[in-house]
Design a protein around this ligand. Sequence first.
Ligand code: AHZ
Length: 347
Amino acid sequence: MTPPSASFTSVPAPSSLDMPVPTKSLNANGAAPQQNAATAALASYKPHLPIQAGKEPVEDYNGNYRFAEIHESYVSRAMTARYFNDMMRTATSDVIVVGAGSAGLTCAYRLAKSRPDLFVTVVEAGVAPGGGAWLGGQLFSAMVVRKPANGFLDEIGVPYDDEGTYVVIKHAALFTSTLLSKLIALPNVKLYNATAAEDLIVKKDPQGVSRVCGIVSNWTQVTLAHGLQSCMDPQTISAPVVVSATGHDGPFGASSVKRLANAGLLQMGEMAPLDQGRSEDLIVNGTSQIFPGIICCGMEISEAKSVPRMGPTFGGMFASGLRAAKLAEELHDRLEIRDNTVVGERA
Ligand code: AHZ
């Protein structure tokens, strides 16, 4: 088998499972033009491994099951090409949603569904998106939602028991998995999980207004290891509108409001003790643009504005996410954007 190489210029249609023979092209100095070779490799990469006669896959559960052939390199490239294409695409996004808990997922879904012209990038620090929405209170299964937020459950097709002023979903995971599957299936959405927003991009626009223009991202495992290694630089995703839905304070929570407060750009509150009757209205109605370019929703609002928590009732998270989607859409439409850069905001 020919060893794999990062520097090849053509990939012949595979007639066997062997890797293609590398062909090196040299520049005028006799050095391999690494960037061009890599680009050429991508351009000529043909993701197709034909099924050969006599090696057809067989779906037989009586002991003769046989998979179609594979070569490790095809598996690697199938993932790598897509991930890097996504990164090329999302380096400039229309809206970034930070945090894929119940508020962030709801926001991203409503926004991407109602505005197919906007590309929505969702960045979630955890491996499993969903935040606290996999369980009800005290790690129990059922999820309680106060009316009228059950309207969103009707929209996405999640069944519930109607108990008067509130409804109960038999398992929180039914809500989260349904919403997640609908969100990821949308063509104008990319979800990066295991990826943390480490910081925000804040710049002055030509009118002199400081505004959030995107996020500083890194793989979460790298973010968590910053104290163990010398500098492991992040990279960025730019967007004229950022929605922060990072939950209340915790290992990662409330990260955008905390960052803006640390930088002296915002005065931050602190989540107030539980008051179910008051909390959810305050969270939804308090969902707002907390600094130019950044809208905050879900429990992060409780930290920004000292709102009481509500414990395990989730309607406030859905409605806050829906309000954030509306605000994000309106803000995006008010902004003057040239070459992916905000040049100003119409009144
Ligand atoms: O991993 C976090 C979680 O999935 C993610 N997150 C936080 N910081 C991040 C960062 N980069 C990327 N810097 C980050 N991702 O954000 C998600 C937040 O989800 P959540 O479920 O914690 O927050 P939520 O506001 O969507 O829902 C809160 C649910 C709660 S908490 C509560 C109470 O404590 O009283 N009650 C309810 C209903």
